[in-house]
Design a binder for this molecule. Structure first.
Ligand code: SME
Length: 157
C-alpha cells in the first residue's frame, strides 16, 4: 500500500525517465539495473521486477532484478510463464499464478505476474518479468508501459 501523500509517476513520465536512463547508461546491464530500480520505486505493487535475457537459443538467463532472490536463474524456453512469453513473443498477464500450471514459483507471496518480451526486428532477445503479491495486479496499462520500456531496452542490447 502507498503511504499517504506519496505520488507515483504517470506512465508517460516513467517512459521519459527510462529514455533518459537509456541515454545516460554506459551499457545495457547498467540501464536494466536502473530500470528495475525505477519501476520498483514507482509501482509499489511490483513486488519482484527483473530482466531475463536469452542465452544462445534456448535458455532465459536472469539479469538485473529487484526483490527476493529467485531460484530460477535459468529457465528453458519450454518452461514457466517466462518461457511461454518468450516462445510466443507475446506479453502474458496471469491474474492468479496458482491456477496456472505453467507457473514456476519464485516466492510464496506471489499472486499474479506479467511477462513482456524484449524484441528486435521480431526476434525475442529477452523479457521483463514482474510479480505482484496482489491478485490480478496487472492491467493493459502495465503491459503498454512495459512494452514501451522493452523497446527502449532493445535499442541498447
Ligand atoms: N514465475 C516465473 C519464473 C520466474 S520468477 O517469478 C522470478 C515463471 O513462471 O516463468
Amino acid at each position: 500500500m502507498m503511504a499517504l501523500g506519496q505520488t507515483v509517476k504517470a506512465q508517460s513520465e516513467i517512459v521519459a525517465a527510462v529514455r533518459e536512463l537509456s541515454v545516460r547508461a554506459a551499457d545495457c546491464p547498467e540501464l536494466m539495473k536502473n530500470v528495475v530500480r525505477l519501476l520498483a520505486a514507482e509501482r509499489p505493487y511490483y513486488s519482484w521486477t527483473g530482466f531475463y535475457l536469452i542465452d544462445g537459443a534456448q535458455t532465459l538467463v536472469l539479469g538485473p532484478y529487484q526483490g527476493k532472490p529467485s531460484p530460477h536463474t535459468r529457465i528453458p524456453l519450454n518452461q514457466g510463464i517466462c518461457g511461454a512469453a518468450a516462445s510466443t513473443g507475446e506479453a502474458l498477464i496471469v491474474d492468479d499464478v496458482n491456477a496456472d500450471p505453467r507457473y514456476l514459483a519464485c516466492s510464496l507471496e506471489t499472486r499474479s505476474e506479467i511477462v513482456v518480451p524484449i524484441k528486435r526486428e521480431g526476434k525475442v532477445l529477452g523479457e521483463i518479468d514482474i510479480d505482484s503479491d496482489q491478485p490480478a495486479a496487472f492491467s493493459d496499462e502495465d503491459r503498454r508501459l512495459l512494452e514501451e520500456i522493452a523497446e527502449i531496452v532493445a535499442g541498447r542490447l
